[in-house]
Write a protein that binds this ligand. Structure first.
Ligand SMILES: [Zn+2]
Length: 147
């Protein structure tokens, strides 16, 4: 028997939390830039599990088995998903998702809802009344209520 696997217990996933990178839609924010930003904040790696860039590419940032660092108080039982953007060209909160990002998000959420049927989909701002952020700049509960 492998001792390291004896102690392994999968995390219970109760929430699929959607975020935006809070960067302007006309300014590129690559997965490498995101990693650099989060490392500077003292994280071990990107705090989200998934990052979807404007071209619709899904980047796997950390294994689901590992706890993320994306929403205070809810990291233990959640998966963090972030899309590139969330601010318009003037820096104001806006749903800047491209069609490719919308498709990638639905694909990913469909798979995760299948894997974790008990998990609820929510936007960062919807988790607590004390979160005063627009993130992710749309209403995931409403938009993905059919998933
Ligand atoms: Zn967020």
């Amino acid at each position: 028997m492998e001792s390291s696997k004896d102690e392994y217990l999968p995390r219970e996933i109760k929430l699929l939390v959607i975020h935006c990178s809070a960067t302007r839609c006309n300014v590129r924010f690559s997965v490498e830039q995101l990693r650099e930003c989060h490392l500077q904040r003292g994280f071990l790696d990107i705090g989200y599990h998934f990052y979807i860039t404007r071209d619709g590419v899904l980047h796997h940032c950390r294994p689901i088995s590992e706890m993320g660092a994306h929403v205070r108080g809810f990291n233990r039982h959640s998966i963090g998903i972030c899309y590139e953007g969330g601010l318009n060209e003037d820096g104001k909160p806006a749903d800047t998702r491209t069609a490719a990002q919308r498709f990638a998000l639905i694909d990913l959420l469909t798979i995760l809802r299948h894997q974790y049927p008990e998990a609820q989909i929510a936007g960062h701002y919807q988790l607590s009344a004390s979160i005063h952020k627009a993130c992710p700049c749309f209403d995931p509960r409403k938009e993905y209520s059919e998933l």
